[in-house]
Design a protein around this ligand. Sequence first.
Ligand code: ADP
Ligand code: MG
Length: 253
Amino acid sequence: MSKTPTTLLLEHHLKALKLPTFLRDYASAGAVCSQERADYPTYLFRLAERELIDRERRATERRIKEAAFPVLKTIETFDFAAQVSLNEPLVRELLRGEYIGKRENLLLVGNPGTGKTHLATALGFAACSQGKRVRFTTTTGLVTQLLEQRETRTLQRLHKQLERLDVLILDELGYVPFSKAGAELLFDVVSRAYERTSLIVTTNLPFENWTEVLGSERLTGALLDRLTHRVHILEANGQSYRLTDAKRRLKRK
Ligand code: ADP
Ligand code: MG
């Protein structure tokens, strides 16, 4: 079908209005609607609905990309039977994301390989799908970035970016101790996030050992005070999934 001046102009306007789904579907939806003898509002409604669904999907994809998950893991691939110590009903409830509206924090504690990073990613993924802005980072990665941006006097910019988030995931607190300056900068992030952004922290360390990585007892106390004021704690005390998986594969050989 050759394009009339009207359709050419229509396509131009739809592009200018940033309605790509209208642009893609107006002709085919029109054909379907005329066949069904659907009225004009039905035609418009169908197009508007598709546009809205597509827009939300693109926004979710963008949020997932911006969250910078190291590997995209969701709850569908998490095997609760392999980690029986974990409170599954609590995980399911948290996936609904109400804690984010209440600015509550999550703390995932457990030995290496018990699925903490997997769960933190799955929770972050769920939050992205619910329209939330999320960022995933290792705790050491964030501290390095904070130290670097302090050097180049761009720390405020980083703080502004972090303040725009709904959820900040700090993975692996506890493997590497921080310098005094690093620990103070981390404390600054936690205290700015207090009652503003939900933090999801994963760690292999019980509270009494946090001083080992943060250095000062006073700073550790103040950080824990803010982090745990409104917190849900998920504990995984089972076997390492990696280890069990490797053993299972070795046995099969
Ligand atoms: P942690 O962060 O606690 O060290 P990870 O989340 O990195 O552990 O888990 C290690 C690997 O094992 C990952 O590939 C993860 O997807 C997988 N894994 C761990 N626990 C489970 C589980 N219960 N079900 C499915 N996969 C799991
Ligand atoms: Mg991990």
